[in-house]
Design a protein around this ligand. Sequence first.
Ligand SMILES: Nc1nc2c(c(=O)[nH]1)N[C@H]1C(S)=C(S)[C@@H](COP(=O)(O)O)O[C@H]1N2
Ligand SMILES: [Mo]
Length: 230
Amino acid sequence: MTTALPPGQRERPDFPRFGLTPFAKRFPTQTEHIHISVSGLTEAVIEIGREQLDALERVEQTSDFHCVTTWSHLGLHWSGYRFKDIYDRLIAPAVIDPTQVKVLILKAQDGARTTLLLEDALADDVLLADQLNGEPLDVAHGGPVRLVAPSQYGYKSAKYLHKIELCPDDSTFRPAAFRFMDHPRGRVALEERGRIFPGWLLRRVYRPMIGPTVRLFARELTRFHANRGE
Ligand SMILES: Nc1nc2c(c(=O)[nH]1)N[C@H]1C(S)=C(S)[C@@H](COP(=O)(O)O)O[C@H]1N2
Ligand SMILES: [Mo]
């Protein structure tokens, strides 16, 4: 069976390290231990680490990954925890008024941040992944732990996740780059690449940036490993 690519996407045989160019040089400080703190609209800050995750069911999932710049990598095999389980079991019990929680602000160890509607985060295929293709998640792809939201563009899948803020709306969110590059939902099937400009226009703007960005991110990763003596 062949899966049709979503509108405007092109298949890439490799899965490159990728992001906004300022993040090419930024890396997590904690690459071993999982630590995510959840705050906002809760009675107290919730700390999630290996111990809390171990109590949940481990899930395996094969899904495609779609970057807003139009590259897609098909058939990644992730392993981790369903975000819905994390929310229901670890977060929701401490939420003061569940009807208030509409948006999650996701913050990463490299300073990247993004939003996700709670409704989208609770979809069955949204994972907190700590393994990729049978190996522990490496620094290139967001280790020790990242979000994977296959139905949204890649920029919603925060690598090196370490903070989640529960919010009633996205009014406190400052995007890492220009506002037009960010969409509140970012659904791939609907080509919600950004706000303001239509998807077909953003395709043309973004596509030429793929090659140089992939090379930059690869170069900086090599430098990171060299500095650590790896
Ligand atoms: N923390 C963090 N998360 C991030 C990014 C980043 O630079 N930093 N880039 C985003 C973008 S634009 C994409 S396409 C994917 C790329 O994931 P990969 O580097 O594992 O291929 O991560 C997303 N999550
Ligand atoms: Mo992306």
